[in-house]
Design a protein around this ligand. Structure first.
Ligand SMILES: NC(=O)c1ccc[n+]([C@@H]2O[C@H](COP(=O)([O-])OP(=O)(O)OC[C@H]3O[C@@H](n4cnc5c(N)ncnc54)[C@H](OP(=O)(O)O)[C@@H]3O)[C@@H](O)[C@H]2O)c1
Length: 336
């Protein structure tokens, strides 16, 4: 066991993509624990677009303060415990922060969950398909979209951690599913491996025509992860009484201009659309049951997942930018 705790500290609020120096690598002693606490060594960091918002401003959580360890999710292993729930060797997931070691407190506002030990299943699924992004897709689809057989579902950022699961849940429920993504490789993954009916690369000049061709009966459900022009193009194609699940608006996260978050809501009136945003954390009391259902679909081969793994704690800031450059397929994680 090393003697220092490496930490990424927020030094300045990024303008656009993260620049060198926005996060600074520091070292401090490994913390000691008291009664009701455990010490865990972080094994993997979860890279999430929301981290960019946490660096910039108050959102559904307060902004990370300048000088604080950068907030982030992770998978960690308990190395010492005086905690009532966790023993040495347990793998746990939660807000570890971007650091080597985290103290888990029984009184914590954001409790950690134990990652069950399932034979032949990698622990990292609890950061992706059976973790926060899989759960986001689950609740966005099951509670907000409520897909019906024969409906057409369009998912943006469809080859990402959340979008790939949302689309597959649509297939499980008998929808025609079309993904919007930023590369031909991602299109091929969706249609050849995940069973999407069609996929469109928004970086091709004729993508809007291709989207029309891929949705001959219009669009009933838009699972929106991107916003901006992508969302507007999908809204133009929505059917009367369609549902729009606003999961995320990643195209606007690197900007201070909140107008980028908006769309032509006149269409909501003309098409009588139901538009609903949601936050996965609102469903925390139901995470275990939802993860069981996702796990069942995964075991039955109805839900496939993929990870993009960046090796090395020191690469974490660059990894955050990969989310905005579209360099990940499936769940993006950093192996420490
Ligand atoms: N509401 C909630 O509770 C909740 C929870 C988790 C995540 N989310 C949201 O879900 C969305 C996906 O998150 P994730 O963690 O699963 O990330 P992800 O989809 O695995 O990665 C982000 C992807 O977004 C696409 N993207 C980035 N910038 C873009 C742009 N300007 N235009 C179009 N596409 C762009 C990229 O793919 P391409 O190559 O296809 O461009 C990139 O790979 C985000 O909006 C996130 O904020 C919401």
């Amino acid at each position: 066991m090393s003697t220092t705790n490496r930490q990424w500290i927020l030094r300045s609020r990024p303008k656009g993509l993260l620049a060198p120096g926005d996060l600074q690598l520091t070292e401090s002693p490994i913390p000691t624990i008291g009664d009701g606490q455990a010490l865990a060594r972080v094994l993997y960091l979860s890279m999430d677009p929301t981290m960019r918002g946490w660096m910039a401003r108050d959102t559904y959580l307060p902004a990370v303060a300048i000088g604080e360890v950068m907030r982030g999710g992770g998978l960690a292993e308990v190395v010492e415990s005086r905690h009532p729930q966790f023993k040495k060797g347990d793998k746990i997931v939660g807000l570890t922060g971007m650091q080597d070691y985290v103290v888990i407190d029984a009184q914590s506002k954001f409790p950690f969950q134990k990652a069950p030990n399932i034979p032949f299943v990698s622990d990292t699924v609890f950061l992706g398909v059976l973790g926060m992004t899989g759960l986001t897709a689950y609740f966005g689809m099951m509670e907000v979209a409520k897909p019906q057989k024969g409906e057409t579902l369009v998912v943006s950022a469809a080859a990402g951690a959340t979008g790939s699961v949302a689309g597959q849940i649509g297939k499980i429920h008998g929808c025609r599913v079309v993904g919007i993504v930023g590369s031909d490789e991602k299109c091929a993954w969706l249609t050849c491996e995940l069973g999407f009916d069609a996929a469109v690369n928004y970086k091709h000049p004729d993508w809007k025509e291709k989207l029309v061709a891929a949705t001959p009966k219009g669009i009933d459900i838009n699972y929106e992860n991107v916003g901006g022009e992508v969302m507007q193009t999908v809204l133009n194609r929505m059917n009367l009484y369609g549902r729009v699940v606003v999961c995320g608006l990643i195209s606007a996260y690197n900007s201070e201009d909140v107008r980028l978050m908006s769309a032509n809501l006149g269409l909501a009136i003309i098409k009588r659309l139901k538009i609903q945003g949601f936050l996965v954390i609102d469903y925390a009391s139901r995470f275990t049951d939802a993860a069981m259902e996702l796990g069942k679909w995964k075991m039955m081969g109805m839900l496939k997942d993929r990870q993009t793994v960046v090796e090395g704690f020191e690469k974490a800031p660059e990894a955050i930018n990969m989310l905005f450059n579209g360099e990940n397929i499936g769940k993006l994680i950093v192996k420490i």
